[in-house]
Design a protein around this ligand. Structure first.
Ligand code: PEP
Ligand code: MG
Length: 556
């Protein structure tokens, strides 16, 4: 018997939970196909220029239409990506390089696109900053699109996936995620991408099981084989036997039963075995997320990421615009507690109206609260809008990327000053995100200035292991459930036992870690909306007091 027909187990990192079965569909992007440059004659140059121009115009139109559709139906953040693609595609320097390639090397427009885009992609990937790395992925996405248009293909390969397939790919590009939402894949298996990446948040928000970090996936997992995917454990069984299938069917039925029970009880509060009510809130970025949060039984909003209101604008919103946008987004959650995070942008996510702040290491530069201390007007506008919101909503505020007690004191002073000018009710509660080791170790010094803290374990992991969240090359260092991270939580609890502790990083959404998080003193969870019912259920089976915990759920 050969590998071709034997059953085989492959492991990876679970990034979106769930069980799924199906037949594999392998998605290779165009650069995996080796093709030789197609030579042309001098007399054909103008024809190739024309071909390139008309395809660029077609794609420009497609991208603009896609951006509008995505903004209306899905996510304004993702829509901004397609607008940016359209601008990159029409970059004059890129256009000149493409024409030079055709004219000087006498190659077809398609060959020029492959060579020039690959060159640009490599240039970006060789740069240090996360933004440049992301641009590398964007270049590949645009070039795939343009190559297909030149070949007369306007259909995205993911549009052709048979429904219910298990998608196997090296990584997910931004445009893939749009088609993925329509093709109803049963599960996604990836070589690159981890819990903190853009693709990961997207598949989780859609509720599609996903396992990533599977080395050499395109050679190890062939197309057209039957697989059983356990994305709770990160296991894929290729070519299962009858016995495996039967066992998996039972497991799926048990899980479905549990989920349906959890769904029915999602509206109810989550109370631990020892009688402690644990609020389960939602992480959101747009109104659609807030609607999904309410449908999934969220007890409120634990993290409203406000970045998309600012990105891609030429002028910052004023307090009234910001207030309107916040109220429109949060409206479905009216009557429940909502927590607005102050703007978390920085040199890696530049604001056009501030200008690009060149920094060799943007993740360690002017991010989050640091940017607002430098541009106090940004902070004031947000606090004015939030105070207005507090007339109608039960609002609290979260400060991102805190490293020094002084970061919080600055916000506290600004809030007190603006609050004195506002004739509304009491000031909103103020919280600090614990996303840097320094913030965790400073919790005692911070305690007098904040009402609560929330662990942003995505960034805490990045800064603890010195491993960029988006960099596939250091994926194995990025482990947000390592003992080291739990030690940080424990230290914060021991140092400030009366401080209310929340968690809003991705770690909060994995039921297997829940008992340990409770034992570290976490009393509020904030997760992506589809995970709320399962997290509430896991809380109901757990206990805050380790001695009362059922044996099967006791954490070490
Ligand atoms: C975090 O860092 O854990 C977090 C919740 O914030 P974000 O993912 O938006 O950086
Ligand atoms: Mg963060």
């Amino acid at each position: 018997m050969t590998d071709q027909d034997t059953q085989q187990t492959i492991r990876g990192k679970p990034i979106s939970p769930g069980l799924a079965e199906g037949v594999t569909y392998v998605h290779r992007d165009m650069f995996h196909l080796v093709d030789m440059p197609v030579p042309i004659e001098i007399k054909d140059i103008d024809q190739e220029f024309h071909h390139l121009e008309s395809s660029t115009a077609t794609i420009t139109e497609d991208l603009l239409a896609l951006a509008t559709r995505v903004e209306q139906e899905m996510d304004a953040n993702l829509a901004a990506v397609f607008e940016a693609h359209q601008q990159m595609l029409n970059d004059p320097a890129l256009k000149t390089e493409l024409r030079t390639e055709i004219r000087e090397n006498l190659v077809s427009a398609s060959s020029a696109v492959k060579t020039v885009f690959l060159r640009w992609e490599r240039r970006f990937l060789d740069m240090e900053s996360r933004m440049a790395q992301q641009k590398g992925a964007d270049m590949r996405d645009i070039s795939n699109r343009l190559s297909k248009a030149l070949a007369g293909i306007r259909i995205h390969p993911l549009e052709q996936i048979p429904p219910g397939s298990v998608l196997v790919a090296s990584r997910l590009l931004p445009s893939d995620t749009v088609f993925l939402s329509q093709c109803s894949a049963a599960a996604v298996l990836l070589e690159h991408g981890h819990a903190g990446s853009h693709a990961a948040s997207f598949v989780r928000a859609m509720g599609v099981p996903c396992i990533a970090d599977i080395r050499d996936i395109l050679t190890r997992v062939p197309a057209g084989v039957r697989v059983l995917v356990d994305a709770d454990r990160g296991e894929i069984l290729l070519r299962p036997t009858e016995t495996d299938e039967a066992r998996f069917r039972n497991k799926t039925a048990d899980r479905r039963k549990l989920l349906s029970m959890a769904g029915q009880r999602a509206e109810e509060p989550a109370i631990t075995q020892d009688g402690i009510a644990i609020p389960v809130l939602a992480n959101v970025g747009c109104r659609k997320d807030v609607e999904s949060a309410m449908q999934n039984g969220a007890d409120g909003i634990g993290l409203y990421r406000t970045e998309q209101t600012y990105l891609g604008r030429t002028q910052p919103p004023d307090a009234d615009e910001l207030f309107d946008e916040m109220r429109r987004t949060l409206d479905p959650a009216r009557g429940k507690p909502v927590c607005v995070r102050l703007l978390d942008v920085g040199a890696d996510k530049p604001l056009p109206f501030i200008g690009f702040l060149a920094e060799t290491n943007p993740a360690l530069g002017r991010r989050g609260i640091r940017m607002q201390i430098e541009y106090p007007r940004l902070m004031e506008t947000q606090l004015q809008a939030i105070l207005k919101l507090a007339d109608d909503f039960d609002v609290s505020i979260l400060i991102p990327m805190v490293a020094l007690p002084h970061d919080i004191v600055t916000v506290r002073e600004c809030l007190d000053r603006i609050g004195a000018e506002h004739s509304g009710t009491a000031l909103p509660r103020l919280g600090a995100m614990l996303e840097t080791p320094a913030a965790v170790f400073s919790i005692r010094a911070m305690a007098p200035h904040v009402d609560y803290v929330s662990f942003g374990t995505n960034d805490l992991t990045q800064y603890t292991f010195a491993a960029d969240r988006e960099n596939a090359a250091v994926e194995r260092y990025f482990n947000d459930s390592d003992d080291v991270i739990f030690r940080f939580l424990r230290i914060a609890h021991d140092d400030a036992p009366r401080m209310p502790l929340s968690i809003c990083g991705e770690l909060a959404g994995r039921p297997m870690h829940l008992p340990r998080l409770l034992q570290c003193g976490i009393r509020t969870f904030s997760v992506t909306p589809p995970l709320i019912p399962a997290i509430k259920e896991a809380i109901r089976e757990s206990s805050c007091n380790k001695d009362l915990m059922p044996e099967s759920r006791k954490a070490d």
